[in-house]
Each structure stands twice: as C-alpha cells, then as structure tokens.
Design a protein around this ligand. Structure first.
Ligand code: DON
Length: 595
C-alpha cells in the first residue's frame, strides 16, 4: 500500500515548499474577522431566488435552523422563539439530535462547533473531538503481523474515543449562550422526546435496518432498538428511557455528571466489557478546546472554517485557493471542464492531508503554508486543463466504502446575526452499535480516524502518517468542515456536511456552486457532487451528471465511478435581511425552518 513516503520527487519538492512557506508566514495567528473594505470587493452574490430556479430555499426573517432531522430543527426554532440566541438553539438541537437521529446525533461521540458572534464580529471554534484514552498506544490497532486490524479500530471497545459532546455543548452554552435560557431548559425538549418516544419514520426508519448487524450484537442495544428479533419497524415508536434519565441527570447536575460518577462508570464499564481500555479517569479528564478558526479568501469572500485537529478547513481553503485561478463560471456549472479542474485541485490537498495533518498539540501543522495563495499558485502549475494526473501508486480495485449518513451537520442563524455551524459524529452509523448499559448512550468508533500505521487507510480510504498516530490523549484527525463565509465583513453562508473523506469536497462544492455558478442555496446544496481524494485514484461522481459530461471526463483520463450519493449539507444563507435555509434532499426527513 502506498504511503506518503512513496510519493514522487516532484511531490517532495512541493512539501519542501510548504515548509518554506511555513517559515516565511509563521504559524496561524488569531485574527479578528475581516473588516469591510480590507478585501477586494466581493462580487454580487446570486439572488436568493429567481424566475429560473427549479428548487427554492426556505425563507425567514427572524432566524433559521437547518438540520438533518425535523423534530430537532423544531426544537431549535422553539428556542429562538423563546428569545434564545443561535448558540442556545444549536445546543438544544445538539441534544435533541442525540435522541431523534441516534445514528449520528450523540452524547457518546464528538464534534466541532463554529460560533460567530454578531456583536463582537468574532468567530471561534469549539473543539469537542473525542480523545484517545490514556492507555492508548501507537500500535494498538496492529495485528500480530504488524498489519492494521480493522475490526479492532471499528467494532469493539478499543474503537471508542473519550466522548466530547456533552462538555462541548455545555461549554458553548456557558461561553456564548444568551444567558436567557439555562442548560436544563435547552436539554428538556430532548429528554421529553427520549421519554415519550418518537415515531420510527424518515431517516430513522431508513437507517435502522442497515445498522442491525452492529446494534444486534449487543443486548443493551437490542433492548432499545429491537422489537423481537428485528430492529424497530417503520411506524413503531422509539422510546429511550435510560437516555432520558441521563439527559435529566445532566440537566440537573451539569455536564460533569456525565464525566464523573455513575454515568461515567457505566460508560467505562461498557467500553471495558467490550474489550476497550477507556477508564472513568479518562472521562473525568476530558476537556473541550476553544480554537482560532482557519481563514482564507475566495473571490473576495472570506472563508472561516475548522482548524486542526480537523483537516477540513485547511484543505477547503487550499482547494479554493487553487480554483481561484480559473474562471469556473465561464466553464459552467456541471461542465466537464469545471469538474476536471475541481478534481485536479482536490488531489494534492488530500496528498498533503496524508502527510501533514494531525492533532496540533502533538504535531506542527503548517496551516499558514498550506492555506497560502503562493502555495496554491505552485499547485496550479502542475494542473493540466486537458489531462487528469494519475495519483501516485494507485492500488487497483480498492473502492471507497459508501459512507453517507453517519455524521450530521446543522446550521443556525438568529435574528441578530449570531450563527453556529456544527458537525458532530459517532463516526460510523450508530458508532460501534453499543449502548452503554443503563445510560442510553451509543458509543463512537472515532479511534479509526487515527492512522493505525503510516500509509494505512482508515474506513474512508484516507491514508495518514506519523502526524496522525495514536497517542494517549490525542485527538484523531477529522475531515469535518463546519464553515462560515463572510461578504464585506457580514455573515453570508453557514454550511458543513457529513460524508467522511467527502465532507471537505462537499463543502467546497456548496461554496463554488453559490459563488461561481450563482445557484441559489437550495440548488447549490442539491446539485450532483464529485469527489477525488488522491488515493484511491478514482473520480467519484453522484448520479445526475450527464453521460456526455462523464464521457468528456473519461476522455481527459479520469477513472470515473458513478456511485452512491454523499453528504447532508444543511445550510443557511443571510442576504439583505432575509435568511434562506436549505436542508439536503439526499436524506429523508431533513428540515430547514425559521421561527
Ligand atoms: O471526523 C471525521 O472525519 C469522520 N469521523 C467523519 C465520519 C463521517 O462523516 C461519516 N459520515 N458520513
């Protein structure tokens, strides 16, 4: 299997250049949001709706919540109506999705929340990514022959990272909430949904049968998600009494009640009972981090996104910087020419990801170099507008697994212009499928996002190296890309998505669809997407791209594979006092709604 070490000498030169740029530009520094007038004037954005539109976004004036599950969206809308701000609403949505979208919403996983505060014009990133337990070791996912043991990093107790969601959401509320609503008030709707039950329909009914293998393996999970020998059928009611009790305990005693005492002990017991190494002390020690976002510009708009330990923001900006040198609008939305350039810009970014990205507390990530315009200019030099470059060391016949609905993203904007872009996850759908007995909490398998060894692929086919090795307390590298776009210093777009390795390119295409192709938000979110991640050397294309275009792409040398849809880019746009919301049509039951 090819690793970063196997890359061509041309690539090595490029990597040296990143280092040089790092030295020249220094590490990423905290900066205020760009002030109006400090960038070249941003071109006029597309109209929120036009006579030619085939799909229309939802419009509102006093706030907008766009999430993957309708009950949770309505919980957020109700918080806005009560006078809560976008952060209050997002925290309530985060707890609600743990109940109503159990495959991805969670208490037992982790994620990233980007927060924009209108009054101070500041944006911060709340990093509540899981951490490796204290007893984790670099070789813990290698078998006796020194090869990656996929089952260990994805199925059993060793796969579970220390969950960050509860302290993350609570910290966001404490620091950035309006102060008008208590954490208990924001948790109450989730508790009610868990205790009274929700109908098994839409995305829940779609996902449960696919997860029967994972959930069915654990008696504690069968008790909740099964009826007899089968998962709950469409039309049944999902009641989660233990989860309701856990939520009530957190509401009454605060987030520490999840990390210390009876709940923490039950989680540690469940993980150890499943062969894992997490202890109650690991849970007690977990802390979210407040980070400065990574920043870039694209055609006069400012891009503000998630920094390491996510690779998302860095590579989103790296790819946009490369594309800025081309007139994509002239080539046209969905044209082979534009899709080709996007694919060629994606490849070097994923190659960089494999080498450079990891937990910033353990490895020096050259953020400034990777996101600089001069670096992008050098990358453009090796792009041929007519020919696809074969990725180095292709391993034939290695299809990417279909991963689409295991993480979830929601976007919230309130009437004052405060905003949240939140992506969180259990990694796989329903994580390892294990509910910690007596807690209702499903456990993640985020440890698979580490590199088991240099050059090994994770479940999304992503290769990684030393920078992303397992280490005690380290955060596994992520692709989650919660993002804001600003125009003339004003919030313009809030977006993000699930999709494993495809998250970064999904967010990229929502932005390009709006800024270059002038699609309205609903059309930008719905348009067919492509994805290339350097290795394996394959251009993944969603259904909906015309056969003529596919033929042109193949003629340029792209190994095109038309496959499953990916992503759920639930987004909000702010323009001229109006808010436009679009939830992604790829999943059933998504909803964008305003108060
Ligand atoms: O953090 C990451 O990049 C992954 N654990 C995200 C997984 C994901 O998006 C799966 N869903 N589609």
């Amino acid at each position: 299997m090819a690793g970063p070490g196997a890359r061509s000498s041309g690539m090595t030169l490029r990597l040296r250049l990143v280092l040089a740029l790092l030295v020249l530009t220094g590490p990423a520094r905290a900066q205020p949001d760009v002030t109006p007038g400090s960038l070249p004037a941003a071109p006029e954005p597309p109209p929120i709706q036009s006579d030619s539109a085939r799909l229309l976004p939802v419009l509102a004036t006093h706030g907008m919540v766009s999430s993957q599950e309708a009950l949770a969206t309505r919980v957020g809308v109700a918080v806005l109506k009560k006078g809560g701000n976008a952060i209050d609403a997002a925290v309530a949505v985060g707890f609600a999705l743990a109940v109503t979208l159990p495959r991805a919403g969670n208490l037992g996983g982790g994620g990233f929340m980007m927060v924009h505060r209108a009054a101070s014009k500041e944006t911060v990133a709340v990093d509540y990514r899981e951490t490796a337990p204290g007893a984790a070791t670099a070789d813990m996912f290698l078998d006796a022959k020194g090869e990656p043991d996929k089952a260990a990093s994805t199925r059993g107790g060793k796969a579970v990272g220390v969950p960050g969601t509860v302290r993350g959401l609570a910290e966001a509320h404490r620091r950035y909430g309006s102060g008008k609503l208590t954490l208990a008030e924001l948790i109450a709707p989730a508790e009610k949904l868990a205790r009274e039950g929700i109908p098994v329909e839409s995305g829940l009914a779609d996902s449960l049968p696919r997860a029967s293998g994972l959930l069915g393996a654990w008696p504690s999970s069968r008790k909740i998600f099964y009826q007899g020998d089968h998962v709950l059928p469409r039309g049944a009611t999902l009641i989660q009494t233990d989860l309701a009790d856990t939520l009530r305990t957190i509401a009454e005693r605060g987030p520490d009640a999840f990390y210390e005492g009876a709940i923490a002990q039950k989680i540690a017991d469940a993980v150890q009972g499943a062969g894992g190494i997490m202890t109650a002390a690991d849970l007690a020690a977990y802390r979210p981090e407040i980070r400065q976002p990574v920043r870039g510009t694209y055609r006069g708009y400012e891009i503000v996104s998630m920094p390491p330990p996510s690779s998302g923001g860095v590579h989103l900006i790296e790819i946009l910087n490369v594309l800025e040198g081309y007139d994509l609008a002239k080539l046209g939305a969905g044209s082979a020419g534009a899709l080709h350039l996007m694919a060629e810009a994606m490849k070097p970014a994923y190659a960089d990801r494999a080498t450079w990205l990891g937990d910033p507390s353990r490895t020096k990530v050259p953020v400034a170099g990777l996101t600089s315009k001069p670096y992008a200019a050098t990358l453009r030099q090796s792009i041929d507008p007519e020919r696809a470059r074969p990725a180095a060391e292709v391993k034939a016949g290695d299809p990417l697994p279909y991963e689409s609905d295991q993480t979830t993203h929601f976007s919230v904007v309130d009437a004052e212009g405060n905003a949240v872009s939140n992506t969180y996850t259990l990694n796989f759908s329903y994580g390892i499928g294990l509910v910690a007995e007596g807690t209702g909490v499903l456990l993640n398998n985020e440890m698979d996002d580490f590199s088991a060894k240099t050059g090994a692929r994770n479940a999304y086919g992503l290769v990684g190296g030393e920078a992303n090795a397992v280490a005690p307390g380290a955060r596994p590298l992520s692709s989650m890309t919660p993002t804001f776009v600003f125009r003339d210093g004003k919030l313009y777009l809030v977006t993000g998505s699930p999709g494993g390795s495809r998250i970064i390119t999904t967010v990229l295409q929502v932005i390009v669809n709006v800024l270059d192709f002038r699609l309205n938000l609903a059309e930008a979110v719905a348009a067919p997407r492509i994805h290339h991640q350097w290795q394996p050397d394959m251009l993944m294309v969603e259904e909906g791209v015309s056969p003529d275009t596919l033929a042109l792409l193949r003629a340029k040398g792209h190994p095109v594979k038309v496959g499953a849809s990916s992503g759920s880019a639930n987004s909000v746009m702010a323009e001229d006092g109006l808010l436009a919301g679009a939830s992604d049509p790829r999943q059933r039951g998504t909803l964008a709604e305003g108060p």
